[in-house]
Design a protein around this ligand. Structure first.
Ligand SMILES: NC(=O)c1ccc[n+]([C@@H]2O[C@H](COP(=O)([O-])OP(=O)(O)OC[C@H]3O[C@@H](n4cnc5c(N)ncnc54)[C@H](OP(=O)(O)O)[C@@H]3O)[C@@H](O)[C@H]2O)c1
Length: 293
């Protein structure tokens, strides 16, 4: 299969690249902002005019700066909504399958339990709204052959993320304030990357026409940011103390949902994905990080 991975330099894009040598029966093309700029519809059209047919597009690129999006709503909308729609139109016209990544931040966080795909989204920040519009545009444009995978709290060896920030702060400070009133499931980008590569190798994905649907996929279990930080310090043997604070004590531009834990049962049963517990995956990421640093 010819597979295009968009967003090659992001956490997920780079995590997919870790595994593609195991899939050498497929031909991967990797595109970053320099080849395919999602903020420009002309750049997107030009890219597809100059490249031949792909069997699958995996869109890992997004405008992900949650706080900055409050000031750059038009740019977030272009990248997360309008470009997603353009990709879906292209995929539809070429009979190409699309995997698009979305977010737990489409929910308002008021649920007491884990969110199902059938629960009503109601984003409380600009980023979440732009991602929800992207999902809806894909659902409308491609009635078949797209999977929209919502995930949450991504971290990895690559780029900027909570785990790397905590490792830095934990080695510099004796104590640190971390919010303790937002619940979610930390997700190791490597696990998500492996799951995506498994899905595209599944006969149900590649050999069949399937209706476009939303799926949730996070590591299993849930935590709050402060407990996540404590676990990082424990595993990394850092003595920094974590002080629990409420979201209101750490003002940021964008609101965050209080609970954005996703129920991933649907993707597990549909594609036989093996969900890993978040603590186990965190440990693996820390081991991989110490190999890198
Ligand atoms: N990070 C999270 O906690 C989280 C949580 C839930 C869902 N998600 C979703 O998961 C997916 C992957 O996230 P991630 O953490 O891997 O994101 P990331 O590390 O921030 O990477 C995003 C990638 O998108 C690229 N990008 C941004 N604007 C672009 C543009 N105009 N044209 C082309 N590429 C552009 C960036 O390019 P540059 O490298 O050039 O900047 C970057 O490589 C996204 O759909 C995100 O919304 C993320």
């Amino acid at each position: 299969m010819k597979i295009l991975v968009i967003g090659k330099n992001g956490q997920l894009g780079r995590s997919i690249q870790k595994f593609i040598s195991n899939y050498d029966h497929h031909e991967f093309t990797l595109a970053g902002r320099e080849e395919l700029d999602l903020s420009s519809s002309k750049s997107v059209s030009k890219y597809f005019d100059t490249h031949s047919h792909f069997d699958v597009i995996i869109n890992c690129a997004a405008y992900t700066a949650v706080d900055r999006a409050e000031e750059e709503a038009d740019l977030a909308d272009q990248v997360n909504h309008l470009a997603a729609k353009q990709l879906a139109k292209f995929a539809n016209s070429q009979n190409t399958k699309l995997i698009h990544i979305s977010t737990d931040y489409v929910f308002d966080g008021q649920n007491e339990s884990l969110y199902l795909e059938s629960d009503n989204p109601n984003p409380i920040n600009v980023y979440g709204k732009s991602k929800l519009l992207g999902e809806r545009a894909i659902l409308k444009t491609m009635t078949n052959n797209a999977l929209i995978i919502r995930t949450s709290w991504i971290y990895s060896e690559f780029g900027k993320n909570f785990v790397k920030t905590m490792l830095k702060l934990g080695s510099e400070k004796n104590e640190i304030n971390v919010v303790s009133d937002q619940t979610g499931s930390p997700t190791y980008a490597s696990d998500l990357a492996e799951a995506i590569l498994n899905i595209i190798s599944n006969d149900n994905f590649i050999k069949k026409i399937f209706p476009t649907e939303i799926y949730h996929l996070s590591n299993s279990g849930e935590t709050v940011w402060s407990s996540f930080a404590k676990e990082i310090f424990k595993l990394a043997n850092l003595k920094c103390k974590v002080i629990n604070i409420r979201s209101g004590q750490y003002p940021v531009a964008a609101n965050r949902p209080k609970n954005s834990t996703l129920n991933s049962t649907k993707i597990v049963t549909s594609f036989r994905i093996n969900l890993k517990p978040w603590r186990e995956s965190l440990e693996r990421c820390l081991k991989n990080l110490s190999k890198i640093n």
